[in-house]
Design a protein around this ligand. Structure first.
Ligand SMILES: [Zn+2]
Length: 283
């Protein structure tokens, strides 16, 4: 599988945000990455569900891999479960795999009963630039309580809400509160479009919630578009994937910043949201 080892460019914006741009020659593998969700009929994910597949906290290991160290995990069936249930599973997986991170691609406002849950398991969390950024000088704490904090990156571009606690319950409670602030609708069971990156830092679970304004940047829809990058969960973790070699070679960090900016909330918006965060809901 050596053909899948990506070529990598590490880039850093003048404001200090890190990016890793990865060229993967296999378009087939990237197609799997871009299959984010499907209705029940003719679902490609269902084809990956076989009885021999090993499960890991109710998710199946697919052996579908974009590159060494990546694996697609899927739910065995279509479910109408609240996304919080899967959050628990994802936290459990990182608990047992301290070196790993999980990236989840959001629910794009679909009804969850149509949704085939899938997420990305990365055996080495340090390949995700957001993890360096969240542990560095860009991190700004907004809310602090005993064994619980919420912060953000105090810089323009790629705006995660970073929740940290050694208590899984607190992380889950915080996620539900943040989802409400972003705009979950329980009546229509529509959920805001978010990306999640989950990892462990020592005893702490760290959850980066990245609210998304749109799925794709506007230039992606332009008639003369020659871009392949449509940011998903890994991209919002700073890990950009492309199978277009010209794009890989020529892409500038300013363009990555612009993609980020188009698809994510502004810092001001996130700060305003967090002003309404209800700490009494954290167990
Ligand atoms: Zn399916």
């Amino acid at each position: 599988m050596t053909e899948n080892i990506p070529e990598v460019r590490h880039l850093k914006s003048s404001s200090g945000i890190s990016f890793s741009l990865n060229y993967i020659a296999s378009q087939t593998h990237l197609e799997w990455y871009n299959k984010s969700e499907f209705p029940k009929k003719d679902c490609d994910f269902c084809q990956l569900v076989t009885p021999e597949k090993e499960s890991i906290h109710s998710l199946l290991r697919t052996t579908m891999s974009l590159f060494p160290g990546h694996e697609l995990l899927i739910s065995p069936s279509h479910g109408d479960d609240y996304i919080g249930l899967y959050l628990r599973h994802m936290l459990d997986i990182t608990d047992e795999n301290a070196a790993a991170a999980i990236a989840f691609d959001g629910s794009k406002n679909v009804k969850l009963k149509n949704y085939h849950f899938n997420c990305h398991l990365l055996s080495d969390k340090n390949i995700l630039p957001i993890i360096q950024d969240a542990g560095g000088s860009l991190y700004k704490e907004i809310i602090k309580q005993d064994n619980f904090s919420i912060g953000m990156l105090d810089v323009y571009g790629r705006n995660p809400i970073i929740v940290r606690s050694s208590s899984r319950d607190k992380v889950e409670d915080a996620f539900h509160e943040i989802e409400k602030l972003i705009g979950v609708s329980f009546s229509t069971s529509s959920h805001p479009y978010i990306n999640l990156i989950i990892w462990k830092d020592g005893e702490d679970y760290v959850l980066a919630v990245i609210p998304r304004v749109v799925y794709k940047p506007t230039e992606y829809y332009a008639e003369d578009n020659s871009w392949d990058i449509a940011p998903g969960a890994l991209e919002m973790g700073g890990f950009y994937l492309t199978s277009n070699h010209a794009e890989f070679v020529n892409l500038k960090v300013e363009q990555l910043m612009r993609i980020n900016d188009e698809v994510s909330y502004s810092n001001t918006h996130i700060q305003e949201l967090l002003q309404d965060f209800d700490l009494s809901k954290i167990s």
